[in-house]
Design a protein around this ligand. Structure first.
Ligand code: ADP
Ligand code: MG
Length: 493
């Protein structure tokens, strides 16, 4: 294969930071090339130089073997390079179609914009990408996944050859990420060359042909993904390897709330650990490592073949989610659309359901107290809804998640199980959910959170257990300091 692009010895400094030092990066025609590195490694800067957003201090860029200079983004675009920035660039007030054709609306004679044609063309590109949504939709109403697809549509429309996606999966739900993989494969089959930036290893292996690792602004390695195993890749990313084999001991220093011993079923193997009162315990591991299954087993949603569970030192058997709820355990599931919420019911009904008994005397339901309780949570959690009677389905993902949390707070649950709590939720709501979790634990309730976001893990958790192939393989008691080791263990087992 021939190199469609070569970036040679590229350097770039910002005041006080050498963002890139003599970096080499090349693209073969038609490949999916992953660019990986820790936060601040220089990934976005390198691609912004390619996109003409930043000017390089030193180095050379060759496109199809010819030296080129990009002074502005339009120079780079004119040569067939399209970049989908980490912070998406769609204009919220316009429709999706308008965004796709922004700047060069298809004009009919006399300079009038042919809206019909704009919409038709947008629809064609959408159907090519397998997107069924209407391009007439207002951008502010589109999900993150749809916005991402609109950015891709915009790139294709501009007749580019190289598409750079900067951390495209950050705000996507797991379904949307799978959809994105399909679209990447499709684009590849049509001859596009793609740069895929991420810091999530499983994504690279799912889509990538080759990988380039940057660390502290320096090029580390470029290789075919099939030649390079995950532990080695992590070693390149973090610059260190670690010793393993310490004994896993998972006692909490706090007063114990929950203890499980030897939990085993098809998906989890002999898992034992305890959670203290007011503690936030993180479960980290790759997709498929058993995190979700462990939460579901504790919640009684999946059965166990063997194992014991203690709440406040008393042995309990939880056979169904109802048992769990009665014991003060609440689950905030991974897929809130299908498991956590009834989208057709009002947010009040969603939040009050498990607590109906406590608001009823005989057949008399005290709606007034119910509403007071809900109003308190709406205020405390900053739930944005026009009233408590609106259907759950009308709320944004972040607000739906808060209603599910409200449900367990109204029920005065002592242990909340969060499964990927911020997946598909925008950044602002994410931070709010982190503060809510801290508030809940500050009031003495406990949390177990499964996540695949390392930043989320170390921001929120007091202690972290690593799961690998259904087992708990390691405990970390200082998540912030142990960040690199945590990543290493999670992927290498
Ligand atoms: P990555 O995308 O790999 O997380 P970046 O390319 O965004 O990394 O950043 C590389 C380094 O350059 C970081 O130290 C970052 O703080 C710095 N940097 C990036 N953009 C700017 C900017 N516009 N001004 C100053 N420093 C910047
Ligand atoms: Mg970046």
């Amino acid at each position: 294969m021939s190199n469609i692009l070569e970036m040679k010895n590229v350097s770039k400094s910002f005041p006080g930071v050498k963002a890139l030092q003599n970096v080499n990066f090349s693209l073969e025609k038609g490949e999916v090339h992953c660019l990986i590195g820790a936060n601040g490694a220089g990934k976005s800067t390198l691609m912004k130089i390619l996109a003409g957003v930043y000017n390089k201090d030193e180095g050379e860029i060759l496109l199809d073997g010819e030296s080129v200079t990009f002074k502005t983004p339009s120079d780079s675009m004119a040569l067939g390079i399209s970049i989908i920035h980490q912070e998406l660039s769609l204009i919220e007030e316009l429709s999706l179609a308008e965004n796709i054709f922004l700047g060069d609306y298809l004009k009919s004679k006399g300079g009038f914009i042919n809206w019909k044609k704009v919409n038709e063309e947008a629809k064609k590109i959408f159907s090519l990408l397998g997107v069924s949504a209407s391009p007439n939709m207002h951008t502010s109403e589109a999900s993150m996944g749809l916005k991402q697809m609109t950015e891709i549509a915009k790139a294709i429309k501009s007749e580019c050859k190289i598409i750079v996606m900067d951390e495209p999966s950050t705000a996507l739900s797991s379904d949307e990420v799978l959809k994105l993989y399909d679209v990447i494969k499709l684009l590849k089959s049509q001859g596009y060359t793609i740069v895929y930036i991420s810091h999530k290893l499983d994504e690279l292996y799912a889509v990538g042909d080759r990988v380039t690792v940057l660390r502290n602004g320096k090029w580390v390695i470029t290789d075919c993904l099939k030649n390079i195993k995950q532990p080695e890749l992590i070693h390149h990313i973090t610059g260190r390897s670690i010793e393993k084999g310490e004994k896993v001991h998972t006692a909490s220093t706090r007063e114990e709330l929950l203890r499980v011993e030897g939990f085993t079923n098809e998906k989890i193997k002999n898992v034992s650990f305890a959670v203290g009162k007011g503690e936030i315990l993180g479960l980290y591991g790759l997709v498929g490592s058993g995190r979700t299954e462990l939460l579901r087993a504790i919640y009684g949603a999946d059965s166990i073949q063997s194992g014991k569970l203690y709440m406040n030192g008393e042995k309990k058997s939880i056979l169904t989610p109802c048992h769990a709820v009665d014991l003060g355990i609440g689950l905030v599931p991974e897929n809130r659309k299908t498991e956590g919420a009834n989208l057709g019911l009002s947010i009040l009904e969603n939040a009050i359901l498990p607590s109906l008994n406590s608001f009823s005397k005989g057949s008399f339901v005290n709606r007034k107290n119910m509403k007071i309780a809900m109003q308190n949570e709406i205020r405390r959690l900053n739930i944005k809804a026009s009233s408590m009677d609106v259907p759950m389905g009308n709320l944004s993902g972040g607000n739906q998640q808060k209603v599910i949390i409200a449900k367990w707070l109204i029920h005065k649950s002592k242990l909340l199980l969060f499964d990927e709590p911020t997946q598909g939720i925008d950044i602002g709501a994410k931070d709010e959910i982190y503060s809510i979790m801290k508030e809940i634990s500050g009031q003495g309730s406990s949390i177990i959170m499964a996540t695949s976001e390392i930043e989320e893990l170390i921001t929120v958790c007091d202690r972290v257990l690593i799961m690998f192939e259904g087992k708990v393989i390691k405990e970390f008691t200082r998540p912030v300091e142990d960040k690199n080791d945590i990543m290493n263990f999670a992927v290498s087992g």
